[in-house]
Ligand binder design. Structure first.
Ligand SMILES: Cc1cc2nc3c(=O)[nH]c(=O)nc-3n(C[C@H](O)[C@H](O)[C@H](O)COP(=O)(O)O)c2cc1C
Length: 342
């Protein structure tokens, strides 16, 4: 019979097999701005990095003052923040990245995944994958003129996962600091089941370290992905953490989301928007965008959610929020709905 020490050794061996996970909060336009990031990090520490929603520069690399303000170091204290650029002109990318470097950033991320119908036809976002020769020329110019660390967040292709092999071949020609793969095609938008067999190619062949993204909505989803790729160390999570802001903590073995903690988080975030001078109407709208995700933590709470959506004033909003929290529907095990990656 095996001694206790044999068994203990085996146990430690098993633990060592599961690599520590590095978690990144996905960029979410309309949601993950500096007020959100700051309040989230205060309530739910332990996220390794936040990726900022994309900046869309003009031909000279200029962005709106409000977009620039969102990245000011004093508004993002104590966060590891990665700015992201959506554009197809290397000149504009370089001009903006120089400005970001002067603000203290050491890494910028290229958006090659935005599926929007207004972006893709301009060969931006996922539209960069329309013509791989142009993508190659863009990257050639970019990497010949920057010392900054550049990462990329990409889709698998436009309409078929089989496109990914050629896309990856282009990325592999350049020294990206990280390759985040949103394991869907552009046509899959946010609905299709993420494709783990296509993602496997990145794990096998990418020269850059790989980060997985797509439908990590609960610990079960994360386990499914990590079971398929024991060497995968980096995950990026968006909607799952918008619904359950404690998801990162859960994935690191911490406590489930607590109802009062969620209420305090939402109240502090609303106050942070108002304090930032965002105005009552826009602050309520930002909270409604977030409630689109958070209401999933209150199964069956559609009536209360509609009331939140109808709120026009601070008083209406606060009363609707009280109503939701008093409904008795909160379930810490609930999650944003979506298929487990396959
Ligand atoms: C409302 C919304 C805004 C988004 N904004 C960005 C963005 O600015 N940049 C980007 O690269 N991806 C953006 N994404 C995509 C997410 O970062 C992420 O890749 C996608 O939601 C899949 O991950 P998830 O299943 O964990 O949510 C956005 C997605 C949504 C739903």
């Amino acid at each position: 019979m095996k001694s206790f020490f044999d068994r203990k050794e085996k146990f430690w061996y098993a633990v060592a097999e599961v690599k520590a996970v590095d978690l990144s909060f996905a960029p979410m336009e309309g949601l993950s701005y500096c007020e959100f990031r700051r309040v989230h990090a205060r309530f739910f520490p332990g996220v390794e990095q936040y990726c900022a929603p994309f900046l869309a520069p003009d031909g000279q690399g200029k962005v709106k003052a409000s977009a620039r303000k969102d990245l000011l170091p004093e508004k993002n204290k104590d966060l590891r923040l990665i700015p992201q650029i959506l554009c197809n002109s290397a000149g504009a990318f370089l001009a903006l990245s120089r400005e970001l470097e002067a603000m203290g950033y050491k890494q910028v991320d290229l958006n090659a995944g935005c599926p929007s119908g207004t972006v893709v036809p301009k060969h931006k976002g996922a539209g960069m994958l329309l013509d791989l020769n142009s993508l190659d020329a863009f990257l050639e110019e970019l990497f010949s003129h920057t010392e900054l660390s550049v990462s990329v967040k990409t889709r698998l292709g436009l309409s078929g996962a089989e496109e990914f092999a050629a896309v990856l071949e282009v990325y592999n020609r350049y020294p990206f600091s990280e390759l985040t793969v949103h394991a869907r095609t552009r046509d899959g938008l946010y609905q299709s089941t993420p494709d783990l067999s296509a993602f496997a190619l990145a794990m096998r062949e990418s020269r850059a370290p790989v980060r997985y993204n797509g439908n990590i909505l609960s610990p079960v989803h994360a386990e499914a992905v990590r079971a398929s790729f024991p060497d995968l160390e980096r995950l990026m999570i968006g909607r799952g953490a918008m619904a359950n802001p404690a998801l990162f903590r859960l994935l690191k073995g911490g406590n489930k989301l607590d109802k009062e903690e969620l209420r305090a988080f939402l109240e502090e975030l609303f106050a942070a928007y108002l304090d930032a001078g965002i105005g009552e109407h826009y602050s309520i709208n930002r909270m409604k965008e977030l409630w689109y995700y958070v209401h999933h933590m209150f199964p069956g709470g559609d009536r209360e959610w509609r009331r939140i959506n109808k709120a026009r004033t601070r008083e209406d909003y606060s009363a609707a929020l009280r109503d939701m929290f008093a409904s008795g529907r909160f379930d810490p095990d609930a999650a944003f709905p979506g298929a487990i990656p396959k």
